[in-house]
Ligand binder design. Structure first.
Ligand code: FES
Ligand code: FES
Length: 220
């Protein structure tokens, strides 16, 4: 075929030139991200970033920490109070690994700011029990092998503890048949109410058994 017809006669790059062009294009594409990261790290170090004193009551202990007001409760507890039981999985409220109990209710601690929890009672897995004096839910997870890697476990246990209180209080769920009569303690209710806590290892059946035992529900 006539090269002039295809335009290939003017396009005869060497491999070296192709690599150079490709490297230049990659650098250009990465430049905006690099400058954003640089700006972010500059911001973090900037003395102009405002900080506030936040008083947190975690596991019964009063702690005051100086924080950027944009700090989430999860980051404050993990990074500043060094309670690393709650885990950061998605950081978007979708996995439940960061679940804590605030004033008796389970919350995704990655979705709330630490400053919003001043004056509230925050409980993490560390506050539920200790290896020598476990909370019944912790003991049930151990007994039923309700974990594999353990990453989701602290969130599962905190969620399960608060979830059973919700159920006892008659709070309805999506599967509650008759909300005028309140919710029944059943495997279906337990599964539905724990559906916000993801286990990447798939230890669900053992988790279900552990929670059912504490709830006094017969296994499905
Ligand atoms: S880390 Fe908070 S819900 Fe996933
Ligand atoms: S035990 Fe590994 S994610 Fe649940």
């Amino acid at each position: 075929m006539d090269e002039r017809a295809t335009g290939m006669s003017d396009f005869n790059p060497t491999r070296r030139k192709l690599l150079q062009a490709s490297a230049a294009a990659s650098a250009a594409a990465a430049a905006p991200f690099a400058s954003t990261e640089a700006a972010a790290s500059t911001d973090a170090k900037s003395p102009s970033v405002p900080t506030v004193n936040v008083r947190l009551r975690v596991n019964g202990a009063e702690r005051t920490v100086m924080l950027d007001p944009r700090t989430t409760l999860l980051d404050a507890v993990r990074e500043r109070l060094h309670l690393t039981g709650p885990k950061k999985g998605c950081d978007q409220g979708q996995c439940g690994a960061c679940t804590m109990i605030v004033d008796g209710h389970r919350i995704a601690s990655c979705l709330t700011l630490a400053v919003m929890q001043e004056g509230h009672d925050v409980t993490t897995i560390e506050g539920l029990g200790t290896p020598k004096n476990m909370h019944p839910m912790q003991a049930a997870f151990v007994k039923h092998d309700g974990y594999q890697c353990g990453f989701c476990t602290s969130g599962q246990i905190c969620a399960a503890v608060a979830m059973l209180d919700e159920l006892k209080a008659g709070v309805p769920s999506h599967v509650t048949a008759d909300i005028t009569k309140g919710a029944e303690m059943s495997n279906e209710e337990l599964r539905e109410r724990m559906s916000g806590n993801i286990c990447r290892c798939g230890a669900y059946s053992n988790i279900q058994e552990a929670i059912a035992e504490v709830a006094g529900v017969r296994r499905a």
